[in-house]
Design a binder for this molecule. Sequence first.
Ligand code: GRF
Length: 200
Amino acid sequence: LRIGVLVSGGGTNLQAIIDAVENGKITNTEIAVVISNNKNAYALERAKGHGIEGKCISPKDFENRDEFNKVLLNEINAYHLDLIVLAGCMVILPPELISGYKNRIINIHPALIPSFCGKGFYGLEPHKAALERGVKITGATVHFVDEGTDTGPILLQKAVEVKESDTPEVLQKRVMEEAEWVILPEAINLIANEKIKIGV
Ligand code: GRF
């Protein structure tokens, strides 16, 4: 399975994928490229450290959004990827990419969809909302990306306990460690071994 990973920040989810490929938890898979919309994303350093091609394609470097969308789509198509993985990706994807890769783009969301998802629910927001609502269980979701925000078919979810003393930062860290870094590699491995069908 040839995958491309789209990132924007620290890349801890990317690191979990790299580690899983290297330690055999993910089989039959090659990370062909890591693409960031942010040139300072530490995720690019992580890719470089593991000999994986990394590149920055940022909307800031283009006259307008259409230019960025066109270049991003062409660059991605050139890698002949089977699957695109959004791992901490904060950029709005071109509609042509979503339609061109129907059910071949997956995303990790730091909450149990349909809770705490949709526009604005990224970074710490899902965790702040979970604490404000007083839920006892939260977690993470891997889902296919469609035209909506966090609205595509769900592949995997993993629950995480919310503790009385949690701050948004502490809860985010637990959700990443106990859920995101587990189910994103697991989803990729299931796809790579045809336990989950893609592109249909
Ligand atoms: C995390 O909050 C993760 O839940 C979300 O993006 C943020 C950064 O992830 N998907 P990463 O460390 O860049 O993988």
